[in-house]
Design a protein around this ligand. Structure first.
Ligand code: FEO
Length: 399
């Protein structure tokens, strides 16, 4: 499948309807994804921007040959070395081995590290360009958005930004343009993508957007490497990224727990009722971490001003769904969010202290340094303590 983005740019990627996990098993993608590759004809010369994931390499080459004789590709641009974009390079370069590959210096290292090939690398820096005849492709390094090698490029004349992973979504759709798809679905996937992939790099997101805006280049379209193309009001997603990168939070608290015999679940619900009493406007969401999608919970944490994390004690530790989630939260380096812990215990009772430590390590400011521990299954008195704890949390989250 291929389609024209405009008269000069053709999409030659792959819609992966079956994909449900990305980055190995790390990231859920409920609506599949797309790997976007673009063929740019500039009058005299033709450039291919990125390829697609290795399992589809043969299909990619077959489809690409229907659009162009491969020998007519003058330049290959590798905006990012991660294998969902570079995975078809070995197959492609077996057919056109001398074609220059434009990427950053870090991209050369990364591509060599992945494929151990001595391709015709042409390292570029911000401001370098290639002449396509009537148009140019200008390169902009985008270090840590989201890998050291990441790069954007910009097509003059057509005023199209190709930002690779930035502004993408894991969202399979035959429509492929932002104005044609369901807006709720689109933004649900865009914010999940930001929360789970770009959160740790928010400072760089802000700085890079300011840098690119400072270049005063008109942007008529944004063609990311995943999901739909931003054709209608393309700067809407840039403005959204500025918002998300700036310690984003909604008026929301998320209670995340795991439970063995329902004690910690009952505590979670009692805490929720206390929060509601003290702070009636806040959106309270509860998730059993063992029964919910971890990446969807991460998105809810991203949207929250505070979280509560609960686990009973087991074997002097905590339940593994909570341990796993907190490890992910630590890596994402959330900023300016509050946290609190709770959990049942029968004898040793370490869970709350452990969760407090994990919350602090992940950058959450503790609302209550002790947290709330309940001995055995909460009785009426313990449930009342949970409600009181919820009131304290709710009051602390009034902005
Ligand atoms: Fe879509 Fe960083 O790869």
């Amino acid at each position: 499948m291929a389609f024209k983005v405009n008269d000069n740019v053709t999409w030659v990627g792959k819609i992966d309807w079956e994909l449900r996990k990305f980055h190995g098993e790390e990231l859920s993608v409920h609506k599949g994804s797309t790997y976007n590759s673009y063929l740019v004809r500039g009058g005299n010369k033709t450039a291919l921007i990125d390829t697609i994931w290795r399992p589809f390499a043969r299909e990619f080459i077959t489809e690409l040959k229907k659009v162009i004789d491969l020998s007519e590709i003058d330049y290959i641009v590798a905006n990012h070395a991660e294998s969902d974009h570079s995975g078809s390079l070995p197959e492609l370069l077996r057919e056109i081995p001398d074609t220059p590959v434009y990427c950053t210096n870090a991209g050369v290292k990364s591509l060599r590290g992945h494929y151990h090939q001595d391709w015709n690398f042409q390292p570029v820096k911000t401001g370098d360009k290639i002449d396509l005849g009537s148009k140019e492709l200008i390169f902009v390094e985008a270090k840590m958005l989201h890998w050291p090698d990441s790069m954007f490029c910009y097509l003059t004349g057509d005023n199209i930004l190709f930002p690779n992973d930035a502004f993408g979504q894991h969202y399979a759709s035959e429509y492929m343009f932002n104005d044609l798809v369901d807006q709720d679905e689109l933004y649900k996937e865009a914010i999940k993508y930001y929360a789970n992939i770009l959160t740790p790099f928010s400072k760089m997101v802000t700085a890079k957007i300011k840098e690119v805006v400072g270049l005063n280049l008109p942007v008529e379209m944004i063609c990311p490497s995943h999901g739909v193309i931003w054709r209608k009001d393309p700067l809407q997603i840039v403005n959204k990224y500025m918002e998300w990168a700036d310690h984003y939070q909604e008026n929301q608290v998320t209670i995340i727990y795991d439970t063995m015999w329902d004690g910690t679940r009952r505590a979670a619900e009692a805490i929720a009722s206390g929060i509601k009493e003290a702070n009636s406007s806040i959106n309270i969401k509860l998730y059993n971490a063992a029964r919910s999608d971890t990446n969807d919970i991460v998105t809810e944490i991203f949207k929250s001003k505070g979280i509560l994390v609960g686990s009973p004690t087991i074997n002097k530790g905590i339940l593994h769904s909570i341990a796993s989630l907190m490890e992910m939260a630590k890596g994402l380096n959330f900023q300016q969010k509050k946290g609190a812990a709770f959990g049942c215990y029968g004898w040793s009772g370490e869970s709350v202290k452990m969760i407090n430590g994990m919350l602090e390590e992940a950058g959450f400011a503790l609302i209550n340094k002790d947290g709330l521990r309940m001995l055995w299954n909460p009785d009426e008195e313990a449930i009342a303590d949970c409600v009181a704890y919820g009131k304290e949390i709710g009051a602390a989250l009034i902005s």
